[in-house]
Design a protein around this ligand. Structure first.
Ligand code: ATP
Length: 224
């Protein structure tokens, strides 16, 4: 990361099992809307928010992410969480990144369906000292279109402004929550895994290189 100028960076955490065009399009739209210099994809080692019994080995999820972001100079990967042996908690990742790059202006990106449960995240109040948030209105989730603060944040944040269709809320430390409406693509990793498992095509749902990797390595053939 660039240490000379204050970098505006999006942090996109997820399982990415596998990464799909919905993730990539969402990251690109948010990057443009918030004028971010970079978006860092952060694959989770053991996702604390998920009840998945089977997660594809991190090496393969990382390979697929590398293939997916390789042609976008404004996308990169942070593999910090994969190097840990314990569950990956966002608060620890944010602490780590703030320690490395104290001058970066971070926007942690989360789908509205996840952000709505923010008070269940570890040390959730601390999250807002460490980062701004970009909340994505995820296509296909009926309740996700509302730019509405979760109840737990109503006392700390107040409405600030709207810019280019993005609604901003602000707290006393000037940390922002940006509710971004994206056009997006209604795709999920679950759908991709199911398609592969039942022998259906995933063309145009994931980058061609990722499709090729999945088929070549026989991933998702026995799951679900
Ligand atoms: P799964 O189907 O296994 O639950 P997923 O498709 O939701 O996976 P994740 O890796 O869990 O993918 O998602 C990481 C982040 O990306 C989450 O914040 C999620 O809300 C967001 N996200 C996932 N798919 C989309 C999409 N199509 N458009 C916008 N955001 C998305």
């Amino acid at each position: 990361m660039d240490n000379k100028k204050k970098e505006r960076a999006g942090l996109f955490g997820g399982t990415f099992d596998p990464v799909h065009l919905g993730h990539l399009r969402a990251a690109e739209e948010i990057r443009e809307q918030l004028s971010l210099d970079m978006v860092y994809f952060i694959p989770a080692a053991i996702p604390p928010h998920k009840n998945t019994t089977h997660t594809t080995p991190s090496g393969q999820r990382l390979d697929m992410l590398r293939l997916a972001v390789g042609d976008n100079p404004r996308f990169d990967i942070c593999d910090y969480e994969l190097g840990k042996s314990t569950a990956s908690y966002t608060v620890e990742t944010l602490r780590h990144l703030n320690g490395l790059n104290p001058d970066s202006d971070y926007y942690f990106m989360a789908g509205n369906e996840l952000f709505g449960e923010i008070e269940t995240w570890k040390e959730w109040r601390e999250l807002f000292r460490l980062s701004n948030f970009a909340v994505i209105t995820r296509p296909g989730y009926p309740d996700s279109n509302e730019a509405k603060l979760p109840l737990a944040l109503e006392n700390d944040f107040s409405y600030y402004k709207e810019k280019d269709g993005v609604q901003f809320y602000i707290d006393k430390n000037s940390k922002l929550i940006a509710f971004s409406k994206i056009r997006g693509l209604e795709i999920s990793s679950t759908e991709i895994r199911r398609c592969v498992n039942s022998g259906r095509s995933i063309k145009y749902l994931v980058p061609a290189s990722v499709e090729e990797y999945i088929l070549r390595n026989n991933i998702y053939r026995t799951e679900e």
